[in-house]
Design a protein around this ligand. Structure first.
Ligand SMILES: NC(=O)c1ccc[n+]([C@@H]2O[C@H](COP(=O)([O-])OP(=O)(O)OC[C@H]3O[C@@H](n4cnc5c(N)ncnc54)[C@H](OP(=O)(O)O)[C@@H]3O)[C@@H](O)[C@H]2O)c1
Length: 309
């Protein structure tokens, strides 16, 4: 068997700890499928002394995540810290400039700096992978880019934020108000202490801009996403929608349209939608993500995952 692929992990939170568990539990299977083992050699996070859900003692600790990519024994840096600015993009740039592959789950960073990082990665001839940045565990980027590569997409849309979907579907099931359900979501860990990023639609807009770039072959353009969150949805709106045969979901949608003047443009919107009962997205409940892509030959493709947010 070939030499191990040596990875470094930046970030040991929900996703980082999950990656350690997965790499340890499925080590033999991954080695068999990939033709070489994956070995975690170095890790970094904010606080070395923090109690963690995984044993990190087998791995070398680095205080500064930015230098992980410069280590001679690291082939790939996996960035699982988050944030559009600060340590995460600094780590990403250093890694690529050092000629190492970068894997990231950081949608905020890809939405804001994806083009710059992709250009740097292309120049350095290193892979830049961000599958988990959109809809977590759903392999939707690979699905659209490779699985459905021969299709022209007319529209791509979905439920891209689990926190909002948990709140809306719980309001629908219980008749309770937004603020009440938001507090419960925070208590259960489905919403952050500062939930603005989720409930105002920014997180979904980050993901939509990445999804749109993949589906339509355009540059990531987060700034042109029209975004409206769910903070103004009332229990009464949901009840009224129900009597008319609809549920309310926060939907991110990207589609091309000539808008009457013959010039094709990409439109990207995140907003609460009325979804008819007979549409598959009407049955996506709880902290779940789902993506629908409509290809001109594949027809409607549905990707679904139960995410955390
Ligand atoms: N959670 C999900 O379901 C999910 C799904 C898809 C994508 N993502 C993305 O994955 C990334 C990580 O998410 P998460 O939920 O795992 O976040 P998280 O639980 O908050 O973990 C963040 C990690 O980053 C470390 N960190 C934060 N600031 C740092 C800094 N300045 N320098 C070094 N380390 C720092 C933290 O260190 P300490 O542990 O020492 O505090 C922690 O280990 C984010 O980009 C997120 O958007 C998350």
């Amino acid at each position: 068997m070939a030499e191990p692929l040596r990875i470094a992990l930046a970030g040991l939170g929900t996703v980082g700890a999950g990656v350690i568990r997965l790499v340890e539990a499925n080590a033999a299977l991954i080695a068999r499928r990939a033709g070489r083992p994956i070995e975690i050699v170095a890790i970094s996070a904010r606080d070395r002394s923090k109690r963690r859900s995984v044993d990190i003692t087998p791995y070398t600790w680095e205080d500064d995540m930015v230098i992980l990519g410069e280590r001679a024994d690291v082939d790939v840096v996996v960035e699982l810290v988050g944030g559009s600015d600060g340590s995460a993009p600094a780590c990403a740039r250093t890694t690529i400039e050092a000629g190492k592959a970068l894997v990231t789950a950081n949608k905020a960073m890809i939405a804001h700096h994806g083009l710059e990082l992709a250009s740097k990665a292309e120049a350095a001839k290193v892979p830049l992978k961000f599958e988990a940045a959109v809809a977590g565990g759903i392999p939707v980027i690979k699905g659209l880019r490779e699985g459905a590569a021969a299709n022209e997409f007319e529209r791509v849309y979905g439920i891209l934020n689990g926190t909002c979907n948990y709140i809306l579907s719980t309001m629908e099931d219980t008749g309770r108000d937004f603020a009440d359900v938001l507090s419960e979501a925070q208590a259960k860990g489905y919403a952050e202490a500062d939930p603005a990023f989720d409930i105002e639609g920014t997180d979904a807009a980050h993901k939509l801009s990445i999804l749109a770039a993949i589906a339509f072959g355009t540059a990531v353009d987060f700034r042109s996403v029209e975004t409206t969150g769910i903070t103004r949805i009332l229990a009464a709106d949901i009840a009224q929608a129900r009597t008319l045969g609809y549920v309310i979901r926060l939907i991110g949608m990207a589609e091309t349209d000539t808008n009457g003047d013959g010039v094709e443009r990409l439109f990207q919107r995140v907003q609460p939608h009325l979804v008819p009962f007979d549409h598959p997205l009407a049955h996506v409940d709880g902290a779940t993500n789902a993506v629908v892509a409509e290809g001109n030959f594949s027809g409607r493709l549905l990707f679904q995952w139960r995410g955390r947010r």
